[in-house]
Design a protein around this ligand. Structure first.
Ligand code: HPA
Ligand SMILES: [Zn+2]
Length: 350
């Protein structure tokens, strides 16, 4: 965009809500609301160590990534049948469409389920059916990214990849999540090389709790096309230059970062520095049921806490989200045009 229309700051919340956007960092198991955890536990006869929805919700007081992951994996234990995966993903996609998400690239953690005896086929079929139905109902475009658990071994990642081979057409790429510290990207060099040979897109969580060295390794050893989180890159000037020069997208999750104490509060988040340095940052929800908000909550609360962010930044973040997505180029062009039209409509007071 060469000229940017004037948008008064009191129109900013409306703009943030209305702009079409892509969500590129959402763990579908992290969209499981306490109400649905309880409903599925009842439906499937799974015992939960919490007496009520309120008791479960009050356990959501995290001190770091691991303290969150322990509860997140426990919550996922209620998912057993294809319909459970379908219901979870359809609920997320309906909620995302309300936030004007036009494209969602959704992580799923198959090892969390296969370890409990749930078949890969059950997981993938349920999630894919929700993606197809959500597109038909709300026009939202959705795709899946299989994420390996980094606290497990590379051998277990290879076994998971083997189980996923019959479903290669059902997911667009692979990621790397779970406990970051002590599990550097190098641990998964060979399995990611195999995934690249298979033509899959490659992303990885790096620089959430881990050091900038993990971001370098995600790029150079795994061949990551996007970095999930990456907010600690600000500690390394050379890395910042590289991320900016190569326009490597960062999928930033502000509410997650505050809940897991990566930053003490939103006002001290590194997002303005990332944008100022010309990095292709995006805003995402990560695990919205656990971190207190979906994507528009992340946009509005982050902009409210950081008054230096303005309408131009909102446009940039949405623009980056489409540029960084793995959707077909024709779709990306159409969404960029919708974004432009939306900005002009809000500027006109419409
Ligand atoms: O933010 C995260 N980091 C690592 N693993 C995860 N699994 C779900 N959310 C996350
Ligand atoms: Zn994540």
């Amino acid at each position: 965009m060469t000229t940017f229309p004037t948008i008064a700051s009191d129109h900013l919340p409306a703009l943030l809500a209305a702009i079409p956007k892509a969500e590129l960092h959402i763990h579908i198991e992290g969209s499981l609301e306490p109400e649905m955890i309880f409903a599925l536990a009842q439906r499937n006869g799974v015992h939960l160590p919490y007496d009520s929805i309120e008791a479960l919700r009050s356990a959501y007081a995290f001190t770091d990534l691991q303290s969150f992951l322990d509860i997140y994996y426990a919550g996922a234990s209620v998912l057993l049948h294809e319909q459970d995966f379908y219901d979870m993903a359809l609920a997320y996609l309906q909620r995302a469409a309300r936030d004007n998400v036009v494209r969602a690239e959704i992580f799923f953690d198959p090892q969390t389920h296969t370890a409990r005896g749930v078949a890969m086929e059950t997981v993938v079929r349920g999630l894919r059916r929700a993606c197809v139905d959500a597109h038909a109902q709300w026009g939202i475009s959705a795709a899946l990214i299989l994420s390996f658990l980094r606290h497990l071994s590379e051998e277990e990642a290879f076994e998971t990849l083997e189980q996923a081979l019959p479903f290669l057409g059902e997911f667009i790429g692979v990621g790397l999540d779970s406990s970051e510290l002590g599990h550097p990207p190098e641990k998964f060099a060979r399995v990611f090389a195999r995934c690249r040979e298979l033509g899959l897109h490659v992303v990885a969580h790096a620089g959430e709790e881990g050091p900038p060295a993990y971001v370098w390794a995600a790029l150079d050893v795994l061949g990551a096309e996007r970095i999930d989180h990456g907010v600690r890159a600000v500690q390394d000037a050379l890395l910042m230059q590289r991320l900016a020069r190569e326009r490597i997208p960062l999928t930033v999750c502000p509410l997650s970062n505050v809940k897991l104490r990566v930053f003490p509060d939103l006002a001290r988040h590194s997002l303005p520095q990332l944008l100022q340095a010309g990095l292709a940052a995006t805003i995402n929800s990560d695990d919205p049921a656990y971190f207190g908000g979906y994507i528009n909550d992340n946009f509005t609360q982050t902009f409210a806490a950081l008054p230096q962010l303005d309408a131009r930044d909102a446009w940039q973040l949405a623009h980056n989200s489409f540029a960084a997505s793995f959707a077909p180029e024709a779709d990306k062009r159409a969404w960029q045009q919708q974004l432009q039209a939306c900005v002009e409509r809000v500027a006109d007071g419409g």
